[in-house]
Design a protein around this ligand. Structure first.
Ligand code: 13P
Ligand code: SF4
Length: 347
């Protein structure tokens, strides 16, 4: 393990164009303590692309998008998994590793998509359309996964839906990811909606091939078509990339649409000089650090409050105080595991 000076040098080499030196020195001190404890506790740290740069580039054993991190969680032999991401990700790790300790550094790390649907609502949808397979986005809690046939992430939604091999699929909860995926697969989409209490309002006609739900990401829903037009007017050479949780009117105007890792790969492999990433803004800093000769247009106002709750400081406290331990009741876990495994099999 590197000493504190070594961690500082590594962070400085990576982040000197992104963070001021005094911040790098301060973060290196905390990262050193995290790494010491990680070794002592035989822990692995998984870091999502939306983590702050100092965390992302110092203490993580693996970084990536939801799918890549689920795969890492499925194969780790560490005794403790610290998930630097949000609760549905830590829950997925726990479902895959029931005997391991899974820690989420902040209880504020939720997700507007995961909150958008309750098991009772999905049960009502399944009762109305018996036999129609349910694909749930990984941004759901374990109780929704337990009622699903398969999960998917933003990088394999089309593949998982096709793997259901069915004329109709229920795909929830993200209305925009569903619309973007339906467009890609050239399928007709309709939506079920929340009614009063936990009742469900169903579409009038039954001619859909994909039935979505009206959940949305509180971060990605903020981007508007005008934002893309303004970006292009201000920076005529810019390549605009978007996450598929953005509205279809927005993604239609972009040069590339893909998962967080898909966007990072696009920037690394492109010969263009300037990029704007319509996604959570910490990712722009991480991609900027990885591509020092390119320019990422910053979007500092678009921060996910849930991802933002997980800092290097919170990660240190998680290891020091063994918090916040994620648990999933065994019957729910067993059923959710089937849906997650189905996704991992599809790819
Ligand atoms: P990815 O699966 O693309 O990493 O996205 C996760 C997420 O929460 C996007 O808001
Ligand atoms: Fe959830 Fe959106 Fe935050 Fe991703 S960015 S964790 S989808 S609220």
């Amino acid at each position: 393990m590197k000493d504190q000076a070594g961690i500082y040098e590594t962070l400085k080499a990576k982040l000197q164009n992104v963070l001021p030196d005094f911040e790098i020195a301060y973060k290196a001190e905390i990262a050193y303590k995290v790494l010491e404890l990680k070794q002592k506790r035989r822990a692995v740290i998984l870091g999502h692309a939306y983590m702050e740069p100092a965390l992302y580039y110092s203490v993580c054993d693996f970084t990536g998008d939801s799918l890549e991190l689920s795969r890492r969680a499925a194969t780790t032999d560490a005794e403790v998994i610290v998930f630097c991401g949000v609760k549905f990700m830590a829950e997925t790790a726990k479902v895959l590793n029931p005997k391991k300790t899974v820690l989420l550094p902040s209880l504020r790390a939720g997700c507007s998509l995961a909150e958008s649907i309750a098991p009772k609502e999905l049960e009502a949808i399944k009762a109305r359309y018996p036999g129609v397979p349910v694909v749930s986005y990984i941004n759901t809690y374990a109780d929704i996964k337990a009622l699903s046939d398969a999960c998917c992430t933003s990088s394999n939604a089309s593949e998982v839906i096709q793997a259901m091999n069915a004329p109709r699929v229920i795909f929830l909860p993200d209305a925009f990811l569903a619309a973007n995926t339906a467009e890609e697969l050239d399928k007709k989409i309709s939506y079920a909606k929340k009614g009063a209490g936990q009742t469900v309002v169903f579409p009038d006609a039954d001619d859909w091939e994909i039935l979505g739900w009206q959940g949305s990401c509180e971060v990605h829903e903020r981007f508007q078509p005008e934002d893309v037009k303004n970006l292009r007017a201000q920076f005529p050479d810019v390549a605009v990339l978007a996450h598929p949780e953005c509205k279809p009117e927005v993604t239609a105007l972009c040069d590339f649409v893909g998962s967080t890792s898909g966007m990072a790969r696009y920037v690394a492999g492109s010969s263009k000089a300037r990029f704007a990433l319509l996604t959570e803004c910490a990712m722009g800093e991480n991609v900027q650090a990885a591509n020092p000769t390119k320019e990422i247009v910053r979007l500092c106002a678009i921060r996910c409050p849930h991802m933002n709750a997980v800092s290097l400081e919170a990660t240190l406290q998680a290891l020091q105080q063994n918090r916040h331990e994620i648990d999933v009741p065994e019957p729910t876990r067993k059923r959710a595991l089937g849906a997650i495994q189905r996704m991992l099999e599809v790819g």
